[in-house]
Design a protein around this ligand. Sequence first.
Ligand code: PDD
Length: 287
Amino acid sequence: MSRIVYVNGEYLPEEEATISIFDRGFLMADGVYEVTSVLGGRLIDFDGHAARLARSLAELDMAQPITRDELLAVHRELVARNGIEHGMVYLQITRGNPGDRDFAFPDPETTPGTVVMFTQSKPDLLDNAAAANGIKVISLPDLRWTRRDIKTVQLLYPSMGKMAAKAAGAGDAWFVEDGKVTEGTSNNAYIVKDGRIITRELSQDILHGITRAAVLRFAAEAQMVVEERPFTIAEAQAADEAFVTSATTFVTPVIEIDGAALGGGEPGPVAKRLREIYIEESLKAAL
Ligand code: PDD
């Protein structure tokens, strides 16, 4: 059975789904996206992702071509039609197809946005080697643009970061700017020292992770101390433990940073506990 995807109001087999070569997402990376995980056939943190999508669109002066309720309906329909138990729904909205290449934004009245959604099945989303054993990370200079709070599809530098990490035998890279860690290539970064959870504060320097917001809320509810401030790689290497969060990895332990092992190279108790709480609490609220 071929995967059913959604393109501009239509459900189609993936082979029949097409986008114009003039689409601004393709030519200019003029588009935003969201990734919502699916656990047990239900959507995790859907409303957080819908709210961030609206914010990304507004920051780029892009119209929202589909309402929150319609988005939810399409997400659910795709999960059902593709029989997704564990996995994710990818959503992308671009500034559409103006019929030519031009730097100026097209008139939204005559050029509607392009909306694409598809599912990816990930049977091992909950139980996988990274979650059980942790990952190694390397550090790289953060050479991305400085509006990282907008979730755009400009993912070339993060892709290069993943490749550099892979070449170094690591699972991911942490970006560093002005001597401080910003975030991972596709996740938010944390360290734990003397029981305190430390992660960079929200600004235009990082993506405002939906998983981050939930994890910090659950941490506070569990009486854990959270410090929102930047940290260096040296401080991270001297930490008791470290972890990353994202919609697709939930809470994943980090056991090595630029060759320095943390906590004896084993996932730490805070990361393990937060992963459990995050999954348990998110499932309760899943749609
Ligand atoms: N990435 N920072 C960056 C740069 C990201 O790309 C992501 C998410 C996050 C975590 O955000 P959230 O908790 O809302 O997923 C932080 C997604 C998963 C991706 O690109 O596939």
